[in-house]
Write a protein of this length. Sequence first.
Lengths: 388, 223
Amino acid sequence: MKNRLSATKYIKNNKRTCFVLILALALTFMAMYVIAYIMSATVESVKPITLELPKHIALANVTYGSLGVNRADYPDQESYENAGLQARDEFCKRLENDPDVEKVYFIQTLMAGYVGVIGGVGFNFPLVSPEQVPEVLAHVGAKLTEGRLPADDGEVLIDERILRNGGMKVGDWFQKDSYGEVFKIVGAIRSDGMACAGTPRGYYNSGWFITVLCNENSCDFKKLAAKYGLTPSEADGDVIDDIVTNRDLYEHDVADSVEATVAVIMLVTMIFLSISMIVAYVSFMRNRVNEYCLYVSIGYSRSEIYGMIMREMMLMFTAGILLGAAFSVGCIKVLEGIVIEPKGLVAKVFMKDQLLRILGAFVMIVGVLQIPVIVSVYKIKTIDLIED
Amino acid sequence: MFEIKNISKIYDMDTDEKMYALAGFDLTLPDTGLVGIIGPSGSGKSTLMYCISTLKKPTEGSVVYNGTDITEIPDRAREKLRRTEFGFVFQKHYLVPYMSALDNVIVAAPAGSNAEEKAKEALRTLGLKEREFCKRPAKLSGGQCQRVAIARAMINDPKVVFADEPTASLDHENAFNVMRILKDYSKDRLVLVVTHDRSILTDVDMMVEMWDGMVSNVTKGRA
């Protein structure tokens, strides 16, 4: 027989109690989603620097030993160094002749820092002569959006987002706290890989590098070098900053650690929510013992009562999820306006995986709530037993 | 309608001091009429009513209702019986506190029926005013609550109404009103009223007197 135990009656008539429960669920949903959103700002923001830019520029600092020049083969330091320089120049020329390489420079570089919401990355950008700046910009697809190109020593072009991120503007000294008043920002540029470029001043730099203006076929430096008989290795002191090392940095140091942080936060949130929901549900059901006893006494089965409790729970969870989604959108809009956009960061608004994770977590909580619900349903007595 | 044979209910079965709430007796109840079950506290009258109404299972004996021993039927069938053929009025009204008077009646209505209209009609018949239909139990007087409970017991048009001390929390006037309503209903139905107050059983068709777990006297006709 169809029953008349309505799931909406309790909710309609106990709006305050139910709203507290729905609000708790909504806030949990929002916390889980917004934390993932904030974390995604770190992952998404460094993506261009770690996955896009290295497709266009590969840097390497190769030791003389790796170039086949060993100190033991030379009578003095000077002849050894000359041989090393010659070997490196020849290697650069060979690389430049590769059909997938546009240009190779042996130049100074400068490090730009980019801070995400949690953590950040630093990357080296080339310091070339003023004449070479346009060809670097053209190679990385960067466009000048403000200011001018470098015309003198110590002038740099910085990506718009990095400028915002560092609270800098055209005309400022570039990362004054690190480099002092050495590099002047003369222009802002925009590119997919957040490239930067500039001209050197003296020996203020973050290293000398063989800088390869490469493409997707030549951006793996070890592979490229191997074509020309060289096997550079970090173990031998060679420094490589190419697509492979950057992809590794992105996957292991950024994405994985952020994912692990999100997972831990979700787990902790879920444990707290589960415990508080169980406590709330136990008291929620205890308050309704007489009601359930009445239903059994007038002929409803325990499974019908269980069905009503579950329908009520589902309605409240659905309302909590919808309200949580609305709260999340609102919170994300606020964060976008006050943190993400002004800091030159990028974050993912729609995260399907995170949504599925949250829904999965809620399903698990519903599962955990079966314990107090089933125990309570099992304990329902008929009214004669209460009166006994 | 009810053939009760050798019924006994023993509490504390596992202990040495067994308590016989019902000590083994036979009783036959008619198809219609107002039946009063009276006795002092602890005489077993409520236990008898609960055993007849399937809310309790007797330790021994049988309760044959319309040819079926309802002590032997499965839980599902017992629930169905309580839902479709029996109505209950408890000592405390046991109204659902967050529901209106009307919803408290509708909750016991069979599906598919025009429950709202029937519930309103029942409440009207029992003397509740329209404006009281949407009030919650906390806003109703004790007498009004008990009338709502009676309307709930009658909404499924039961063949038997079980009323356990239905007037216990009422003043004299309300108590007699409730008894009048039950008497009216018993014209073509069976109404069992358990009480220790002999004064409300002036108009019963059958009186069952209980003492110490046994039926001590059965009187038919007006008391």
